[in-house]
Design a protein around this ligand. Structure first.
Ligand code: IVH
Length: 681
């Protein structure tokens, strides 16, 4: 009796789970518009599989557990894959990884898993693609679809520059199907979304979604405008070549011009796999693309064949999944922050949630339009996404969880800091506080920026201290910092003679700086470290920059009409000009070098050409570039005989190879940091 009840309850629950899973699969794969986070979906899917395993008699062949992915829409021609595109088994712990290795031992012989080679690769979080090359020419590109049948997206794929239309090199097979992942790099994603938001277009929800949506545009001209990238990670059909190992396939791919992931490694035995998984996870936040795990593959193709597949999943491969970078949490409030340039931006205050390896309690909302677009209400459950070293984003509201009569957020009409009426900056779609020099919030942000690491780098001048100095009316702007006395500082709460002396010394030290740092510190709108360095490099000192008109400024690399106008307006503003003069009168100075003062050859790295390649972990590439340029070096994008020094981080590929061939000195990031410390004033 109890059994029948249990069985009936299980059948009902199975039906419910199947319907729910099918619904979310459709949202994800067909509409590119998921409603729940990947982690929530995985839980749902696991629950379904578990219940099915407990009740094998209730199994139905049409259960969504039997088909990952969904049927293609009929807008693109269907493509039947000659060899199915398989899925991967996944694990999330060392124990599960060991179980997999034991299963390999069971089939290949005891102890084999510790002896054989594996390839270990990042699991790219994008969209799977199959590229067919016939006599070396790209003849068809298809999405994975349900693994058996995909969609013909050749026209779209042809627009992706990273994908060769014709293979290069020797011994290209008569037919070759290269498979891999199309994705959007994190920096490209942010660049694209910033532009989309500025022009009032819909931003992408996350890089994976953006890649999927871009690939499935019916108009390939739209795809062409999307910043798509690709890594190839396996071969499907090959006619006219029989490789022995997966590694050999990847090697041949690079020779033929197909992009492979530079973090791919060949390792031996289970312990090395665990190390790889840990190392890759440690690098995750610094990568410029999203990964959701590592893929581990038995390298030897004969061993792969021996191991075979179980229902669409190879026994020779395993996905080690990392913690999700998406999570849902509650939106507690929206606050309005006033930035350095007066722009008022909404910030979401969230119930703290662990995502992408950190606890998140704030997320950016860009501008007021974004609140409307997302239709945010107080108390909503929201899906947030955090990847790489970047600020978390709110992706969407989980509408099914919305409370009745949830209240909207009102846009402020006056500055939350100084009460001045806000103005709408049409050009940038932002609301701005026009009280540039008198608004306390702007003052604080300007001083913080002035003292920050890439600007004057004033040690010991933290957030709290800046707030205190402003509150005590000891300073109004950056120049006032240099008029502070040790007595004034020592009298502040929690500051003693010792810390006062330290700050005075730090201020004194910071007066000798570099022109790029000084320019950056001024906080001219649109002038970041790289532009500041380019300006210093191009002009003959500060006076020349101050005197330059828009036309002259536009001659600088990377400076367009908008940036040029901002720079000209900054120096033309009498109040800003007074600040600059004040700083100079207070003794701020920098060594003249390069073109400045005609003493060419003075800067420590004058005449040197550096190349940065691979991932930098301690600093951003733009920072490294700006600091090298400030020391007089040229920073180039490719290695040539003229290159004097290469800095190679993890994942360095062809540039490193070329540097070695040309016998150009190579250093790692630690070497760079040491060198910068020696040379910087
Ligand atoms: S190998 C049997 N390698 O993960 C081999 N897949 O869950 C199947 N993926 O559909 C694929 N990075 O979209 C492989 N380095 C990598 C991968 C990778 C991402 C994706 C791929 C596949 C899914 C399987």
């Amino acid at each position: 009796m109890a059994d029948t009840v249990d069985r009936r309850a299980a059948a009902a629950e199975l039906a419910r789970l199947r319907e729910l899973v099918a619904h979310h699969l459709h949202r994800y794969h067909v509409l590119d518009d998921p409603e729940i986070s990947d982690a929530d979906f995985d839980r749902l899917f696991d629950a379904l599989r578990e219940l099915e395993a407990q009740h094998p008699d209730l199994f139905t062949p049409d259960s969504p557990s039997q088909r990952v992915g969904a049927a293609p829409q009929d807008r693109f021609a269907s493509v039947a894959h000659e060899l199915p595109m398989l899925s991967l088994d996944k694990c999330t712990s060392g124990e599960e990884l060991d179980e997999w290795l034991r299963r390999i031992d069971d089939r290949l012989g005891a102890g084999r898993a510790q002896q054989i080679s594996f390839t270990a690769e990042p699991k790219i979080d994008g969209v799977a693609i199959s590229l067919l090359y016939t006599d070396g020419v790209l003849t068809r590109a298809a999405t994975r679809g349900d693994g058996e049948t995909g969609e013909d997206v050749t026209a779209n794929v042809r627009t992706i520059e990273q994908i060769p239309l014709r293979l290069t090199g020797d011994n290209v097979p008569a037919r070759l199907e290269a498979r891999g992942e199309i994705y959007i790099a994190i920096a490209d994603f942010h660049r694209f979304n910033e532009a989309a938001i500025k022009s009032g277009d819909k931003p992408m929800v996350n890089p994976r979604n953006g890649a999927a949506g871009s690939l499935r545009q019916l108009d390939s001209r739209l795809t062409a405008q999307r910043p798509l990238s690709m890594f190839c990670y396996s071969a499907g059909v090959i006619d006219g070549w029989s490789p022995d190992s997966h590694w050999q396939v990847l090697d041949a791919f690079s020779d033929w011009g197909l992009r492979t992931n530079p973090l791919t490694a060949r390792v031996q035995g289970g312990d090395a796999l665990t190390r790889y998984v840990d190392d890759l996870l440690a690098q995750r936040a610094g990568l410029d693309y999203e990964i959701d795990g590592a893929v581990l593959k038995v390298d030897d193709l004969a061993a792969q064949r021996q191991l075979g597949n179980v229902t669409r999943r190879p026994r020779w491969a395993m996905a080690y999944k990392y913690p999700s970078e998406e999570a849902s949490t509650r939106l507690v409030d929206v606050e309005f922050q006033v930035g350095r340039t007066g722009a008022v931006t909404p910030v979401a205050r969230l119930e703290p949630v662990f995502v992408g390896g950190v606890t998140v309690s704030n997320a950016t909302l860009h501008n007021m339009d974004e609140i409307e677009r997302l239709d945010l209400r107080r108390g909503d459950t929201v899906l947030i996404h955090r990847a790489g070293d970047v600020i978390p984003q709110v992706m969407r509201v989980v509408m099914s969880e919305r409370q009745k009569r949830a209240r909207r957020f009102k846009a402020p009409t006056v500055c939350p800091s100084c009460g001045t009426a806000l103005v709408f900056d049409d050009e940038e779609v932002v609301v701005r506080c026009p009280n540039a020099l008198g608004c306390p919030a702007q003052q604080k942000e300007r001083i913080r920026h002035f003292a920050s690491r890439l600007a004057l780098d004033i040690e010991g001048l933290g957030d709290k201290l800046v707030e205190l100095l402003l509150a005590e009316d000891l300073i109004d702007g950056p120049a006032d910092l240099f008029r502070l006395t040790a007595e004034q500082i020592a009298a502040l709460p929690r500051m003693g003679d010792k810390s006062a002396d330290n700050l005075i010394n730090a201020l004194e030290r910071s007066k000798t700086t570099t022109l790029p740092r000084f320019l950056y510190a001024l906080g001219i709108r649109e002038v970041g470290e790289a532009t500041a360095a380019a300006l210093a490099e191009h002009f003959d000192g500060l006076d020349a920059i101050r005197a330059a008109d828009v036309a002259a400024l536009e001659e600088v690399d990377d400076v367009g009409p908008i940036v040029a106008a901002k720079i000209e307006a900054f120096f033309a503003d009498p109040a800003q000009a007074a600040v600059v003069d004040d700083l100079l009168a207070l003794g701020l100075n920098w060594p003249a070098h390069g073109k400045q003062g005609g003493t060419a050859g003075d800067a420590p790295l004058d005449g040197e050409t550096w190349v940065l390649t691979g991932t930098l972990e301690a600093m951003k590439r733009t920072e490294a570039k700006a600091r090298l340029m400030a020391l007089g070096a040229k920073v180039a994008g490719s290695v040539s005989a003229k290159t004097t020094q290469v800095v190679a981080g993890p994942g360095a590929g062809s540039k490193l190879k070329k540097a070695t061939e040309l016998e150009i000195p190579v250093m790692d990031e630690a070497g760079l940091i040491e060198r910068l410390a020696e040379l910087e004033p």
